[in-house]
Design a protein around this ligand. Structure first.
Ligand code: PLP
Length: 387
């Protein structure tokens, strides 16, 4: 059967060049980067190169990059580690209602430790209101943590503006860039970003590797303890093949960014316009303009998202009904609800996230199959008597 992968925001396949490069570090250059002998030194050289490759993507200095085991760990260190380190300055943190659980649950942990967190709302397109942010700032605000691009609806948040405000007030600014790193331009200096999280597996690199950008002089308390690796901030023997794969994937994605953005924008718009044309009672979730190039998120009235996913899978199309972390639960997505979308539409929402290996034929196939599936599910739905 023809299989089409349209779940690139959940994870991406590892590109061939990266697999080959990682292979070297599992085979001939397998040493522990902390070892003084040849094998260790070679692995350490690989790590140094990768640190530079990742730093270049965001305009950082090499030594400001700390490799972590994933984006989630980077978010935890940035939020919990910086709040604990700055506890004497204040106990107030600002974030948004549409963050990934890696951020929301880190904020919940801080609340258990006596911090107060303000969760900013968003409008119907998933956009934060800068005036509301300014109003939320208090004397004791120590941290603003905000995602760059939302993983479910693709909204691009006004990070540069938020950075300016944070900087003006002397507040630390953390950006969860897991969905934007090497996909849209980022400059940590121009954007006044103090900490930034990224992850390998969203950019055709391996899973189980991420990084935290930590501006020179920014203090964080470690949240796990061990050896001296990664400046004791993310200790433990480095995942050298993962780090080296992440570095190469970052460099390649960054080089292809402009061209890939144009190509994916055209595919995304063709898919969205085709769905609007071919299916009645369909709603585009999220903005039409300030949106990640490959993100399509649509809500169908009278359709249950999980059934839609299963039927698409039977036709060979892999998609998602929300973020991968919330699937498995039938609760509607917290992001869609924060955008004021009804439970009914939220339950019937579908995310198709396009990537490097999707083609125009994939879009045509999806436009052929999806309207039929929606029609069939609506015919079976007791809520839909008019079809
Ligand atoms: N933040 C966002 C916005 C994400 O989309 C994800 C993963 O989907 C994460 C954080 C977590 O990253 P990782 O899977 O590397 O832990």
């Amino acid at each position: 059967m023809r299989r089409i992968y349209m779940d690139n925001s959940a994870t991406t396949p590892v590109r061939q060049e990266v697999i080959e490069k990682m292979g070297e570090y599992y085979n001939t250059t397998f040493g522990n980067p902390s070892s003084v002998h040849h094998f260790g030194r070679e692995a350490k050289k690989g790590l140094d190169k990768a640190r530079g490759q990742v730093a270049t993507v965001i305009g950082a200095e090499d030594e400001e990059i700390i490799f972590t085991s994933c984006g989630t760990e980077a978010d935890n260190i940035a939020i919990i580690g910086s709040a604990r380190a700055n506890r004497n300055k204040g106990k107030h943190v600002i974030t948004t209602k549409i963050e990934h659980h890696a951020v929301l649950h880190s904020c919940e942990q801080l609340e258990k430790e006596g911090f107060e967190v303000t969760y900013l709302g968003v409008d119907s397109e998933g956009m934060v209101d800068i005036n509301e942010l300014e109003k939320a700032i208090r004397e004791d605000t120590i941290l603003i943590t905000m995602m760059h691009i939302n993983n479910e609806v693709g909204t691009i948040l006004p990070i540069k503006k938020v950075g300016e405000i944070a900087h003006k007030h002397g507040i630390l600014f953390h950006v969860d860039a897991v969905q934007s790193f090497a996909k849209v331009p980022i400059d940590v200096n121009e954007m006044n970003i103090d900490m930034l999280s990224a992850s390998g597996h969203k950019i055709y690199g391996p899973k189980g590797i991420g990084c935290l950008y930590l501006r020179k002089g920014t203090k964080v308390n470690p949240i796990i303890f061990g050896g001296a690796q990664e400046r004791k901030i993310s200790p433990g023997t480095e995942n050298a093949p993962g780090i080296i794969g992440f570095g190469l994937a970052a460099e390649l994605a960054s080089k292809e960014m402009e061209q890939e953005t144009d190509r994916l924008t055209a595919l995304r718009d063709k898919l969205i316009n085709g769905l609007l044309e071919k299916i009645p009672d369909v709603k585009v979730n999220g903005p039409r303009k300030e949106r990640l190039a490959g993100n399509v998120n649509v809500g169908f009235k009278y359709v249950e998202g999980e059934s839609l996913l299963l039927m698409l899978d039977l036709k060979g199309i892999a998609a998602s009904s929300g973020s991968a972390c919330t699937s498995g639960s039938l609760d509607p997505s917290h992001v869609l609800l924060a955008m004021g979308i009804s439970h009914e539409i939220a339950q019937g929402s579908l995310r198709l996230s396009l990537g490097k290996y999707n083609t125009e034929e994939d879009i045509d196939y999806c436009l052929e199959v999806l309207p039929e599936i929606v029609q069939r599910l609506r015919e079976m739905s007791p809520l839909c008597s008019n079809l």
